[in-house]
Ligand binder design. Structure first.
Ligand SMILES: Cc1cc2nc3c(=O)[nH]c(=O)nc-3n(C[C@H](O)[C@H](O)[C@H](O)COP(=O)(O)OP(=O)(O)OC[C@H]3O[C@@H](n4cnc5c(N)ncnc54)[C@H](O)[C@@H]3O)c2cc1C
Length: 563
């Protein structure tokens, strides 16, 4: 018989307990941003969601939803096609919370000013529980402004899309307690270039059309309704395609397979074929892109919010670990090199969250008819989507590394999942170049966009550093006006975002945050590694902040209390 032996190394020392039992909404940048947007009334529900998101039970749901990937069932036991996707019960629990708190289309039915800001803040908090199920939630939110191009369809479906009931399962939409919507634009031959779509739409003679073709990426295929682009005789048109027809029969949308993805594993993304599937035109036939762009714009806001959330979560996890883990006899966070990394992640988080909520405020006011805010959104949203979403994987990787080898281990923390999920917001709804080019397009086509942008930037003109950033932006805007403007697209999108963040932080952030941001993100020479000799700036790895900053005050803003 083998005798078990205890070695000295079996005594567990210096391991950090899981970060559970905290309020995810305990985020000073987020809370002050929503108060500025006159949305303080949302705080009680925000904290309710934040506490729920921080529980061990919710984190376990998130783990299970990602470990148990959705499963496609093309046929039933008798060989009939059913095209259903089974999700783990944990997915349904996460969805129930999201829908019952109105993270989907609810604000469209709410006349309260700042209802969209409240929803944005809740989304930013709850997505830190689990990001994958945010996909159908965002698409449902985003489909409403597009659907309103056809008032009869909106009248029929909007009350169900805005309902607070999560009612999964394929049944006729009108008989359900609540609906979810998805989107199918991308085809094998192109996602960015949607005008290359080959799916055909043939008028059926009764106002509906019959769609035949393929979609290469169609996420959350168990949604009840999809906005789809297809080529009608009038040109590329947006259609509403239900999974189940009013008579209860399944529409001819066949799921060929599910994608095996890098991240976003809780969510299903499928390849779908339509074989004379029934759909109704949304908006004017032939004007599909201008119609669906309303949906794309709203989902882009969620990409920014989702990435701001991932950045905040990364900073909090890294800071919490660094406080509790010792190295060389001292908590990691007290080692100057580590203090600098956590401070830098915190600064990035504050900048991302502050701008994301400002954009949510603009979306709220634009939805209520404010033309200047709509113009600001038209240029600032693609810019922010480009910059914030693109920086997220770098931040997730840096935060993961703060946990050392433990950061790489699946059951130690959510960091591996965060890293896998982190590039996605930059890819969908317009990948980096495409969103950057959208910024140029907005500036070229609508002079009101530049006016709104510069007006917002100039609100901080009283601050020397913010004023200098605004002056640099003006120079770049002029340069990008030339015939080879596309070359400037990324630089411009980045500089617009950073300058907007500067304007906001100069006016609203604590001095420690603004000092760190302005001294590390605004210098053009430093980021180019010039003779200035500095290696700070957005182009360098995090943790390269210059001297003389109040790092202790900065890192304190990533601290959360666990109870
Ligand atoms: C997990 C996941 C889920 C998705 N879910 C959906 C969904 O539900 N519905 C849906 O419709 N789509 C969905 N997509 C598809 C996504 O929107 C597209 O992948 C994306 O829009 C890019 O299109 P593409 O893959 O065809 O790449 P391409 O269009 O081929 O682009 C490839 C690269 O070229 C760049 N590029 C393109 N045009 C230009 C240009 N003019 N100048 C410079 N660079 C350019 C792009 O930025 C990109 O980096 C999903 C994608 C993923 C990864």
């Amino acid at each position: 018989m083998t005798q078990s032996r205890r070695h000295g190394t079996h005594e567990v020392l210096n391991q950090v307990p899981p970060l559970v039992g905290y309020d995810v909404a305990d985020d000073p940048a987020l809370l002050s941003a929503i108060r500025r947007e006159r949305c303080g009334w949302a705080e009680p529900e925000l904290h309710e969601l934040g506490v729920l998101a921080g529980t061990a039970a919710t984190q376990e749901l998130a783990r299970q939803a990602n470990a148990n990937k959705p499963v496609l069932r093309t046929h039933d036991s008798r060989g009939y096609r059913i095209d259903e996707v089974d999700f783990h019960p944990s997915w349904h629990q996460l969805m129930t919370t999201a829908v019952s708190h109105g993270l989907h289309a609810a604000p469209w039915a709410d006349k309260t000013p700042a209802a969209h800001v409240a929803r944005a803040a809740k989304f930013l908090v709850w997505t830190q529980a689990e990001a994958g199920h945010g996909c159908p939630i965002s698409m449902t939110y985003a489909c409403v402004p597009a659907l309103r191009h056809s008032p009869d369809l909106a009248a029929r479906y909007e009350p169900l899309l805005t309902s607070a009931s999560y009612d999964p399962g394929l049944r006729p939409p009108e008989g359900k307690a609540g609906l979810l919507a998805g989107m199918a634009m991308t085809e094998k031959q192109g996602g960015s270039d949607v005008r290359a779509n080959t799916t055909t739409a043939v008028p059926a003679g009764d106002g509906s059309y019959l769609l035949t073709g393929h979609k290469w990426f169609c996420s959350a295929p168990m949604c009840d309704l999809f906005l789809v682009l297809a080529q009608a005789p009038e040109g590329l048109t947006c259609f509403l395609l239900p999974r189940v027809l009013p008579d209860g029969s399944r529409n001819a949308m066949y799921i060929q397979r599910l994608k095996d993805k890098l991240g976003n594993c809780s969510n299903a993304s499928c390849e779908a074929e339509y074989d004379a599937a029934v759909a109704w035109p949304v908006g004017e036939p032939g004007r599909g892109v201008p119609t669906i762009i309303n949906m794309v714009s709203a989902t882009r806001l969620d990409c920014v919010l989702g990435s701001a959330a991932a950045i905040r979560q990364s900073a909090v996890i890294a800071a919490s670990y660094a406080r509790l883990r010792q190295a060389f006899g001292v908590p990691l966070i007290d080692h100057p090199a580590m203090t600098g990394v956590i401070a830098d992640l915190t600064v990035e988080s504050e900048a991302a969250t502050t701008l994301a909520i400002r954009l949510a405020g603009a979306a709220d006011r634009a939805a209520r008819g404010d033309a200047a805010e709509a113009a600001l959104l038209r240029v600032a949203l693609p810019a922010a989507k480009y910059w914030i979403c693109k920086r997220t994987p770098m931040i997730a990787a840096e935060a993961l590394e703060c946990l050392g080898g433990n950061g790489y281990v699946e059951d130690y923390s959510p960091m591996p999942r965060l890293l896998r999920d982190s590039p996605l917001n930059s890819i969908w709804e317009g990948s980096g170049n495409v969103t950057a080019l959208d910024v140029l397009r907005a500036l070229t086509r609508a002079p009101a966009c530049a006016d709104a942008l510069l007006a917002e930037v100039d609100l901080a003109a009283g601050d020397r550093r913010a004023a200098a950033a605004a002056a640099s932006l003006r120079v770049l805007l002029n340069e990008a006006e030339g015939p080879d403007g596309e070359r400037y697209a990324r630089r411009l999108a980045g500089q617009i975002t950073v300058t907007l963040q500067a304007s906001l932080l100069a006016r609203h952030a604590p001095a420690a945050i603004w000092d760190a941001f302005s001294s590390s993100r605004l210098g053009t020479t430093a980021s180019a590694g010039s003779s200035a000799g500095s290696v700070t700036g957005p182009g360098t790895p995090f943790g390269s902040l210059p001297d003389g900053l109040d790092l202790a005050a900065i890192v304190a803003r990533s601290a959360v209390s666990t109870g």
